[in-house]
Design a protein around this ligand. Structure first.
Ligand SMILES: *Cc1c(COP(=O)(O)O)cnc(C)c1O
Length: 403
């Protein structure tokens, strides 16, 4: 590219950033690039610079950018019917629900538009479940993340997100993650549900211990309490199984999904066993856009692609490969404390701040994410190949050397 053209593109980028800062509410500390197109595991910014993307929209772009089958479905469905209200039966929505039930423990699904909304549905379902008994308390975990609405923030056990926004709806309590004794102590006759992420995402890729998940299941079964798994981030193949709970051999009563389900279009889903799902009656819950024909046609295609391209198995294999490479970096750099996670949901905890590493990697054409200040979080598209992991790890290593 000649220097005149590059200068022009840089100016355009700066203009976007300027407008963004001027006209958008300052809710994000945005990274100063303007992505313009993507293909596979790569994105290009407005200046034409190419990046390997190991964040993939915070685990959203599981089938990669611009998958030809996704583009085709969007085009074809958009020419038929984009929206149809839930006053009517929506064919793709029913098909998607059937498919999600076939691959999970669940029998019925409610569709909405985000992870937070999926958790809102789960909260309302749990509240109605407990209503007769006067049980309304929900026990959530410290260090959790369930969304930004008032109720889901109320269940999010991280002060940095909650500060300024209380009081929250009453009836939410927090238990130390992986502490069975504390969990037992928190359950009362007023408890209607326990909610947790089998692998905490925003919390820094922290896995539930098998003992803790098993104990939670036992307590719930024994005391007639609902077990809710928030698999918004860890679900749908990312950990090398369809759902993270399948690593533990423990089934929830309710599960929520969102991030990767519709390849970047907004969707959320709340799944439940039949006897629980049927507690809802017409009018109890609704969403104008939830489960619309376009987004559900795309989600169906995502699941088909995941099956046909064997992406769940690939997440497991590539996850192993990636983890091994990250562990080899740990041998070389003493400030790397730990590598953890399952499949392609991996975290690398450092002794130092993660942001300089992220900035350096970006300069060199690699997008990574930092959570909890010191944890590098990797949520690449599940279609990632060995050669792409090699390239990414090479850049990461160079970045470590330079900081
Ligand atoms: C991202 C996330 C949410 C919130 O999803 P939104 O679509 O942003 O509302 C909820 N739970 C978990 C575990 C998440 O990672």
């Amino acid at each position: 590219m000649n220097s005149e053209k590059l200068k022009n593109l840089k100016e355009k980028t700066e203009k976007v950033i300027e407008n963004s800062q001027k006209y958008l509410m300052p809710t994000y500390s945005r990274i100063p690039i303007v992505p313009e197109k993507g293909e596979g595991v790569r994105v290009w910014d407005k200046e034409g610079k190419c990046y390997i993307d190991l964040v993939s929209g915070i685990g959203v772009m599981a089938v990669g950018y611009s998958h030809p089958r996704i583009c085709k479905v969007i085009k074809e469905q958009s020419q038929k019917l984009v929206h149809c209200s839930n006053l009517y039966h929506i064919e793709n929505q029913a098909k998607l629900a059937e498919k999600l039930c076939q691959i999970s423990f669940a029998d019925k699904v409610f569709f909405c538009n985000s992870g937070a909304e999926a958790n809102e549905a789960a909260i309302k379902l749990a509240r109605k479940f407990g209503y007769q008994k006067g049980a309304f308390e929900i026990v959530a975990m410290e260090n959790s993340f369930h969304g930004r609405t008032l109720a889901t923030l109320g269940l999010t056990g991280q002060e940095k997100y909650r500060k300024w926004f209380g009081p929250f709806p009453p009836g939410f309590k927090f238990c130390e993650f992986n502490n069975v004794k504390k969990l037992k102590e928190m359950i009362t006759s007023k408890t209607c549900a326990i909610i947790m992420e089998p692998i905490q995402g925003e919390g820094g890729i922290k896995e539930a211990s098998p003992e803790f998940i098993e104990a939670a299941r036992e307590i719930c079964t024994e005391k007639d309490i609902l077990l809710i798994f928030d698999e918004v981030q860890c679900g749908l193949g990312r950990t090398g199984k369809w759902f993270a709970y399948q690593h533990f051999g423990v089934e929830p009563d309710i599960m929520t999904l969102a991030k990767p389900l519709a390849a970047g279009l907004p969707i959320g889903a709340c799944l439940a066993k039949k006897n629980i799902a049927d507690i809802f009656s017409p009018g109890d819950h609704a969403s104008t856009f939830g489960g619309g024909p376009l987004v559900t046609s795309v989600a169906l295609e995502v699941l088909n692609i995941m099956e046909e391209e064997k992406l769940v198995e690939k997440a497991k294999e590539m996850g192993k490969y990636f983890r091994k490479k990250l562990l080899s970096l740990k041998e070389k750099f003493p400030f790397i404390k730990e590598v953890r996670g399952k499949g392609l949901m991996l975290g690398m905890e450092l002794d130092i701040e993660g942001k300089p590493v992220m900035d350096k990697a970006r300069e060199k054409g690699l997008l990574i994410n930092v959570t909890k200040g010191k944890v590098l979080r990797f949520l690449p598209p599940l279609i990632i190949k060995e050669a792409e992991i090699d390239e990414a790890v090479f850049i990461l290593e160079e970045s470590f050397k330079e900081i």
